[in-house]
Structures are given as structure tokens and as C-alpha cells.
Design a protein around this ligand. Structure first.
Ligand SMILES: [Zn+2]
Ligand SMILES: [Zn+2]
Length: 165
């Protein structure tokens, strides 16, 4: 969605409200690809800050699934997105703090949202805190019982000693 903020940029006291039905988007991060869908509408408030400057307040809730770090089972992630995004009419008004802002009167909302999803991407994904993971030998899910494999990893120092026996 491209949002036109000509009015909030130029009219003092202007406040506009928009609802946007975001469509499914694929986001990839650190080798993981997730289809991100949105619960309900994205709410956008666009308000005038000063002449030539507007502020967007964007909120919504997204859902996607990622594999558990230990057993690879898909885990559903529900994430609230609340962010503010500055818009400046002219690049000459830009200060260092405005690094992430948009210059001009058109804002690509999808781009802003995608960036926000990535900022909030979880560092660690576990299906449950005590997930037992997969057996390193046969790959079966240890959460649904033991497989009976010998997962004992011998100490390399003992292996050396064994050569003499
Ligand atoms: Zn797991
Ligand atoms: Zn096994």
C-alpha cells in the first residue's frame, strides 16, 4: 500500500486515519522464510508535526510460523506491531535522527511493516521451554518418546587410549 500524506505534510493540525487490509507477505531472515499474515486491519494514523513533516503511527498484529530450533516443529508466532514513522517533504529537512524516515509524500506501508517485523523477529524459537529436540542418530522426535539409540559420545581422550588396548 502506498499512502499519500500530502495533507498531513502541509496542513497544520491535520490528522488522518486509515485502515488497511494487508495481504500475505513472505519475509525471510537468517535463512528462515515465513509467510506473514495479518490479524485484522493495519491501523494508520497520519498527523502533521510541523510544516513539511508528518508522523505515521502504525499498529497491527501479524502471525507467522517458524521451525522450533530443536525439533523443527512449526511454532506459531503472534506479534503486535506498533511503530512510528516520520515523513519529510524535503530531503533538506533531514537530520541524523531521521535516518529511517521517508522523503516525499508517498509512504510504502508494506516496506515499513516488513522492516518492523524483522526488528521483532524472535532470536530463539522453541515449541516449548523443555523441548527435547531430535535424536542426533536417527532423527526421531525425542518429545514423543525415546528411540533407544546409543547417543553416548565417547570422550576423544578415551578413544586414544583404546588404541593401545
Ligand atoms: Zn521443539
Ligand atoms: Zn534415535
Amino acid at each position: 500500500m502506498i499512502l499519500d500524506v500530502t495533507k498531513p505534510l502541509s496542513e497544520a493540525g491535520c490528522e488522518e486515519y486509515h485502515l488497511w487490509k494487508a495481504d500475505l507477505d513472505t519475509v525471510s531472515y537468517q535463512g528462515n522464510i515465513a509467510d506473514v499474515s495479518w490479524n485484522g486491519d493495519i491501523r494508520i494514523k497520519a498527523k502533521n508535526v510541523s510544516k513539511g513533516e508528518a508522523l505515521l503511527i502504525i499498529s497491527g498484529e501479524c502471525v507467522y510460523s517458524l521451525p522450533c530450533d530443536r525439533c523443527l516443529k512449526r511454532v506459531e508466532i503472534v506479534q503486535s506491531i506498533e511503530c512510528e514513522h516520520s515523513v519529510l517533504k524535503d530531503a533538506s529537512d533531514k537530520t541524523q535522527e531521521d535516518e529511517e524516515c521517508t522523503i516525499g509524500h508517498e509512504v510504502n506501508i508494506k516496506e515499513v511493516l516488513t522492516k518492523e517485523v524483522l526488528i521483532n523477529w524472535p532470536d530463539k524459537v522453541l515449541c516449548k521451554d523443555d523441548c527435547k529436540g531430535l535424536c542426533p542418530v536417527c532423527g526421531s522426535d525425542l518429545n514423543s518418546g525415546t528411540c533407544g539409540c546409543d547417543t553416548f559420545v565417547p570422550d576423544p581422550r578415551w578413544a586414544k587410549l583404546k588404541e593401545f588396548m
